[in-house]
Design a binder for this molecule. Structure first.
Ligand SMILES: Nc1ncnc2c1ncn2[C@@H]1O[C@H](COP(=O)(O)OP(=O)(O)OP(=O)(O)O)[C@@H](O)[C@H]1O
Ligand SMILES: [Mg+2]
Length: 404
């Protein structure tokens, strides 16, 4: 067996995230690790790669016990990991990112030509036509993800762990990634694939292991485990008939027909052609397109992050009437206006744009609540003086960030 995990246990304060989990990964297989949110998938991966210290259990790679203390050590042993959120350095070039920590040197100085050659070789077969000398951060999250995979494969070479790698990729990119994964499988790598997209699991994987509440529930070949059984294993109960129907009709929503919001001829010169879009109460609208087609930018215009040069946004619900009148028009000059109007936004790169990672969860929530009230209206009474007042949090943040 390429990789064997035996009785892996990990406890966080008061809760067992993993409870004596066994797992095996063979050479030349793609093995899906599935389970609901919080089932323990990422914890298993982090214990395996040394990012977390396990409480108990044995890890065997090529039948020899291993105990990596860090992801770098795991990588040196042959276990490479790619996370949903890219963990490379956006302000280094593509070539620098690919060879980081292993730069070819000549008398101690980085040999940039050899570095570029090495990087080009690492990207071979990925179908990416990108400039090795450009900053990685100037490329989309999707391209960055593929670069991260190329790096992990080149540096580790035995086990490749993909923790929700497709969340930010479009169809074409997913196919590209799958082609790469299949090629690596045929070369004899063992690939551990975590995903919430069951279609992708069935399209790509050979076997499935299901975790639930930190316990291993089942391991089976994809061909032997149909979708309904799989979901039942994940949920821990049998699905009622109507649930089957609802799950089959994926993408179904409960639009009520009551209009809520209308974007009319909203556009951005040179970037987004004017578009119309109206949203009903209870409706989920999918917006899709190829990489570079303007999906993210459209969302940013809708939230006021980027300026619209034309059109208007109408709060159809509160405004009443059917147009002409400007009373129901929303002026979104920035995210603050959008938040005040009741919009929320989960950005593409949540780690840098969605949260302030240096602050605690509590502090992040307080900042978000304060943003909704507006910065001017200070909290009253005890909250203002407390250490968790937004002003105090901002001060601490600036202090830590060195903006004194
Ligand atoms: N650093 C941590 N400290 C405390 N609890 C944690 C920590 N990391 C994970 N947990 C808890 O352990 C459990 C398993 O979490 P884990 O992140 O492994 O789930 P997951 O299967 O990867 O879920 P998802 O599908 O949401 O990624 C959850 O209850 C989670 O809240
Ligand atoms: Mg996870």
């Amino acid at each position: 067996m390429l990789l064997a995990i035996q009785s892996l246990t990990k406890t966080f304060v008061g809760m067992k995230a993993l409870d004596a989990v066994d797992f095996e990964l063979a050479r030349g297989e793609v093995h899906a690790l599935l389970g609901e949110n919080g089932a323990g998938k990422s914890t298993l991966i982090k214990c395996l790669t040394g990012a977390y210290r396990r409480d108990a259990g044995t890890l065997l790679l090529d039948d020899a016990p291993i105990s990596p203390d860090s992801t770098a050590q795991a990588q040196a042993l042959g276990i490479g990991t790619v996370y949903q959120e890219v963990n490379l350095l956006p302000n280094l070039t593509v070539a620098q990112n690919l060879t980081f920590g292993h730069e070819p040197r000549h008398f101690g100085i980085v040999d940039t030509r050899a570095q570029r050659r090495q990087a080009a070789a690492m990207l071979e077969g990925y179908g990416l036509a990108i400039d090795l000398d450009r900053d990685l951060g100037s490329y989309s999250v999707a391209v960055q993800q593929l670069v991260a995979i190329a790096r992990a494969v080149a540096l580790s070479g035995k086990v490749l762990i993909l923790d929700e790698p497709t969340a930010s990729l479009d169809d074409r990119e997913v196919q590209m990634l799958f082609a790469v994964v299949r090629r690596l499988r045929d070369q004899g790598l063992g690939i551990l694939f975590v995903s919430h997209f069951l279609d992708q699991v069935y399209a790509l994987c050979d076997r499935i292991t299901v975790l639930r509440n930190g316990r291993k529930i089942v391991t089976a070949r994809c061909d032997d485990l149909d979708r309904v059984r799989l979901i039942e294993h994940m949920l821990g109960r049998e699905l009622a008939a109507e649930e089957h129907a609802a799950r089959r009709a994926e993408g179904h929503t409960e639009a009520t027909g009551e209009p809520l919001l209308a974007f009319e001829q909203v556009g951005r010169r040179g970037h987004i052609e004017p578009f119309d879009l109206s949203v009903q109460r209870g409706e989920v609208i999918g917006m899709t397109g190829l990489l570079g087609s303007g999906r993210t930018e459209t969302a940013e215009v809708m939230f006021g992050i980027k300026r619209a040069h034309s059109g208007r946004v109408r709060d159809v619900e509160s405004g009443g009437g059917d147009g002409g009148e400007a009373a129901d028009e929303l002026h979104l000059r920035g995210p603050r206006d959008a938040i005040a109007a009741g919009f929320g936004f989960a950005p593409e790169d949540r780690k840098t744009d969605g949260i302030v990672a240096e602050l605690s969860i509590r502090e992040n929530i307080i900042l978000a609540l304060q943003a909704r009230r507006g910065w001017i209206s200070a909290p009253r009474g005890r909250r203002r003086r407390s250490a968790s007042s937004p002003a105090a949090i901002s001060r601490r943040w600036c202090w830590r960030a060195g903006w004194r």
